[in-house]
Write a protein that binds this ligand. Structure first.
Ligand code: ADP
Length: 428
């Protein structure tokens, strides 16, 4: 199935088109080959005369204006980014941005129709514990969650409405960042604050990056040959935003982000855990809410400690003797190691520690700093394996490590495309 994946932000819209075999994740065990005739009667693109040319052919013939046609074993047909939505020089609104995407996709799709659209939606609140087919009621439900994710959910809803207006009959699926963490037990999601705050405002821990944590835990279990339902692990998603999740029996039982994506680890520009009294103190000093917000979300984390939030530069500076960069690496790796220790206990002894996302996948130095702090757990890296690069999931621990340490590249767009295809296919 041809799936358009949309990640809609307040002033930007990222998209990807992927070809997902409709039966790839089918629960009844039947295979994509049994789908010679597609349910909507579309031509089978894999047959001679099918409407879609191979991605390779697309790549050699066409280049998109704001995106690039691509070739990939996993059939990424196109991807791109529309920026400056609502700003000077950019499209007027999300509907205009979607029209631009449609124009860009025209030459790449060669007349083949999209089967469905999958949206990354940041906040699913307490209602959504899995991807869902979108209708008006669902859109309104996502909108009602706006107060919990004021920067993200309104933009997600604009993206959904833009598609609904343009293609009223297009199946759309919402895939929520929070959904995977709906299995957290109450003792992990409760804050020790008055219950009225939970009842009146929904203040509790939700967790984010769920699509990535779920995808990576599946891949890791697969690599180790452990049935997902028996898989206990600690997954560290380390990008500009960073979070760590405790997986027990394949499900999330704790995660470091909470009510918002600010809690937990030291991130690119976010503080992660701090004493909440600091905020009260600063307000009494005359700082206003927006200043505190900006300080914690945009001026903190690695940026505050090292002067920038790019892990490559920080590692280079640290190796060249920059003391601030060295301290930043120590603070970030120490915080992460503490969480790993805690989650190892939470899952009753992890079967694996898994690194993913920009830093987790690429920074051998940062992985090494973290694992050096895990001596008490008997976890050790193999330096050569840790230093090797690649796009495939791999083991980087020493043979005598107490548990394997893995690098598993994340792919949230693929996860969203697969979830969308699965849900739409099941409904047909
Ligand atoms: P986002 O949360 O924005 O999706 P990413 O997952 O792309 O973030 O991760 C961004 C982080 O990954 C940055 O700190 C960047 O420095 C780091 N990173 C990317 N490539 C490398 C690399 N080759 N070596 C070290 N760090 C890297």
């Amino acid at each position: 199935m041809l799936i358009l994946v949309i990640n809609s932000g307040s002033s930007s819209l990222k998209y990807q088109v992927r070809d997902v075999p409709a039966g790839r994740m089918r629960p009844d065990g039947s295979t994509p080959a049994e789908d010679a005739m597609q349910p909507d009667g579309a031509e089978d693109p894999m047959q001679p005369g099918g409407a879609l040319k191979s991605a390779g052919a697309v790549q050699s013939e066409e280049t998109m204006q704001s995106g690039a046609a691509m070739q990939s074993a996993d059939a990424v047909l196109a991807e791109g980014l529309v920026e400056r939505i609502g700003e000077e020089g950019g499209p007027a609104d999300h509907a205009a941005a979607m029209e631009q995407v449609t124009r860009d996709l025209g030459p790449v799709l060669h007349g083949r129709k999209l089967d469905a659209v999958g949206h990354r939606v940041v906040h699913g609140g307490e209602r959504f514990s899995a991807p869902v087919l979108i209708n008006n009621e669902i859109t309104r439900a996502i909108e009602r969650l706006n107060p919990l994710a004021p920067l993200h959910n309104p933009a997600n809803v604009l993206g959904i409405r833009a598609i609904t207006t343009m293609w009223p009959h297009m199946p759309q699926v919402a895939v929520f960042d929070t959904a995977f963490h709906r299995t957290l037990p109450e003792y992990a999601w409760r804050y020790a604050i008055p219950d009225s705050l939970y009842r009146n405002y929904g203040i509790r821990r939700y967790g984010f990056h769920g699509t990535s944590h779920e995808y990576v835990s599946h891949r890791a279990a697969e690599l180790l040959g452990i049935p997902l339902g028996e898989f206990d692990a600690v997954i560290a998603h380390l990008g500009n935003g960073a979070s760590i999740t405790a997986i027990r029996g394949g499900a999330s039982i704790d995660t470091s982000m909470g009510f918002t994506p600010l809690e937990g680890l030291v991130m690119g520009t976010r503080s992660g855990d701090i004493d909440p009294s600091i905020l009260l103190f600063l307000e009494r000093q005359g700082m206003d809410t927006d200043e505190v917000d900006s300080m914690l979300n945009r001026e903190s984390g690695l940026k505050a400690l090292a002067g920038n939030n790019d892990m490559r530069s920080i590692v280079e500076a640290a190796e060249a003797g920059d003391e601030k960069a060295q301290l930043a690496l120590e603070v970030a790796s120490y915080r992460l190691a503490k969480y790993i220790g805690g989650y190892h206990v939470a899952v009753g002894g992890a079967q694996a520690l898994v690194f993913t996302a920009g830093i987790g996948e690429n920074s051998a130095q940062f992985r090494s700093l973290v694992v050096q702090r895990l001596g008490a757990l008997g976890v050790r890296l193999d330096d050569d394996a840790n230093g090797s690069r690649g796009k495939e999931p791999r083991v980087i621990s020493a043979p005598d490590s107490a548990i394997p340490v893995l690098v598993v590249p994340t792919d949230e767009e693929r996860a969203i495309a697969e979830a969308t295809a699965q849900l739409v296919h099941a409904e047909l």
